[in-house]
Design a protein around this ligand. Structure first.
Ligand code: GAP
Length: 514
């Protein structure tokens, strides 16, 4: 646990030191769970957003993208169920006065049991070496079986109590498990209560005429209310999808863990409109498609897993998360939800407008079912950033900090250095910058010894460093140094663009999905 905490602290301080993420309004001591993306962070975030958009919208001829407003008519949220059901169960510790999500307290307890299982696996792996069969071990080791059963029965009881809105049983579970407040260590809990997560605001100048509005808690509703407009104007036939990226807002009770759980965050969502009855097929297809997208970035297959929901959201008939191994353990990164006709059906009911699709082949009209993929851009950022940050021991016994971002996502693709600040080297380096900047984000750096400049760019996540020296003036070649292998090669200046392009081109990366 202490190592996890240290690793996570390192991620947060690196994000600040290298201009990725800052606390919002830091000069006023910050605003809880609100963050700003700095010069490198904004680029990384944009690159992740583009990578998603290209995979979802550009490469699928049956998916189109939109950009709906954050403010929506307030009845939207009545129809979507968010006014009545978008709640989290909260509990306060009477001694520390800290507020927690009751379900998260129980889930954290279960995460500790899962950590024990992982520890047993690691021990056995060490003992048996090459002969170790993980699956067999998990199925036969009595201690592990007991842990698994304990975790399963706790989660299933929690899911049942939440499903039945039996909040007193959630409290009972916390008491039976003897869960203590992480701050005070005490077990002096209040009752569990529901808490609505939407932020309210007002539209209009005078108090009497102002209309109550909400900041959208998900981008999806902007897609639902536009479904028929988009279908008609794009002449799409079912099955087809509508995608969008944009801000969402939730008054989270527990907003720790840096950009993992924020009060203002960005989602990348896609609603896929399908014929009723085909939802399970599409559910499996989109689970597979989305996992392939993640794996294409090369963050490691072992770092992902599916988690099927025991407690379904108010709109879903099946749901799974793609979980990622964050520095604090496996947690939800993306949700894949079969939303039935819940949203479109309710918008029909509340608006009194038909939201039906006319099938030209069967000549029938129906309210489509919806399969949704929903990923948090900030969570994806944290997954990429934390996974890429590494401390490496070098051959000479020293250490380097390197941010091994997938080159396709790196904010700066190349840094160009003159070896010395004289003899015409800066001028040639600047010429290379001026040529490359039309294709890539590049930077010029002439400060400090080259070794230090390499280290700076390693920590910044820049995949290539290009050094201009005296030989460059004679034969128009430079050295190109690769961030991950630290290998250097001498190449013609004329080839630099091609070499970078091969490594950072989205096409090369996304072709792995097909
Ligand atoms: N439209 C469906 C929906 O909003 P969700 O599971 O509540 O489903 C989808 O959210 C994704 O949005 C999550 O998997 C997560 O990546 C991201 N997300 C949700 N709440 C978040 C928060 N408070 N901070 C950052 N990301 C969040």
């Amino acid at each position: 646990m202490a190592k996890q905490e240290d690793d996570f602290k390192r991620v947060i301080s690196h994000a600040k030191e290298y201009g990725y993420v800052f606390q919002s309004s830091e000069i006023y001591d910050g605003l809880s769970a609100v963050y700003d993306y700095a010069q490198n962070g904004a680029e990384l975030k944009k690159n992740i957003r583009d990578y998603w958009w290209k995979a979802m919208v550009q490469l699928n001829d049956n998916i189109v993208g939109i950009d709906a407003a954050i403010f929506m008519h307030p009845t939207t949220w009545k129809a979507s169920g968010h006014v009545d059901a978008f709640n989290d169960p909260m509990i306060d510790n009477k001694d520390s006065k800290k507020r927690y999500r009751a379900d998260v307290l129980v889930e954290d307890y279960v995460a500790k049991i899962e950590a024990k299982i992982e520890k047993e696996v690691a021990k056995a792996e060490k003992r048996f070496g090459d002969k170790f069969d993980k699956e067999q071990f998990l199925a036969t080791n009595q201690r592990v079986i007991d842990y698994q059963e304990q975790a399963r029965s706790i989660l299933s009881r929690l899911a049942k109590s939440l499903e039945k809105e039996d909040l007193s049983d959630v409290k009972k579970l916390i008491e039976e498990l003897e869960i203590a407040c992480p701050m005070s260590g005490s077990r002096n809990w209040t009752d569990v209560k529901q808490f609505n997560l939407m932020f309210g605001t007002k539209l209009g100048a005078s108090a009497e005429s102002a209309m109550d509005l909400y900041l959208r808690p998900e981008t999806a509703q902007g897609i639902f209310v536009n479904f028929l407009n988009v279908q008609k104007t794009s002449r799409m036939k079912i099955p087809f999808g509508i995608a969008q990226t944009g801000k969402a807002f939730r008054n989270e009770i527990v907003a720790r863990q840096f950009i993992f759980r924020m009060r203002e965050f960005e989602q990348m969502e896609m609603q896929f409109f399908i014929k009723p009855g085909t939802q399970m097929e599409w559910y499996e297809t989109w689970k597979e498609n989305r996992m392939k997208w993640h794996l294409s970035l090369g963050l490691g297959e072992d770092n992902y897993r599916f988690h099927d929901h025991e407690k379904l959201a108010h709109y879903a008939d099946a749901a799974a998360d793609i979980e990622f191994r964050f520095p604090f353990g496996f947690k939800e990164l993306e949700g894949i939800h079969s939303r039935t006709d819940f949203d479109l059906g309710n918008h029909e009911k509340y608006s009194g407008k038909k939201l039906q699709y006319f099938d030209p082949e069967t000549r029938e009209s129906y309210v489509p079912y919806v399969l949704e993929t929903s990923i948090g851009l900030d969570r994806m950022f944290l997954a990429v950033f934390s996974n890429s940050l590494q401390e490496e021991e070098l051959e000479n016994g020293t250490f380097r900090t390197v941010l091994k971002l997938p080159p396709v996502l790196a904010p700066t693709k190349a840094a160009i250095f003159p070896l010395l600040k004289k003899d015409g080297l800066p001028e040639l380096a600047q010429e290379i910058v001026d040529d490359l900047k039309w294709d890539f984000n590049v930077l010029y750096d002439e400060k400090d010894a080259v070794g230090r400049r390499y280290r700076r760019q390693d920590a910044n996540g820049t995949p290539f460093c290009i050094t201009v020296d005296h030989q460059s003036l004679e034969d128009q070649t430079v050295t190109i140094r690769h961030r991950d292998s630290m290998e250097q090669e001498r190449v013609a200046i004329a080839d630099v663009k091609r070499i970078i392009h091969e490594q950072v081109d989205m096409k090369t990366w996304l072709q792995k999905i097909q």
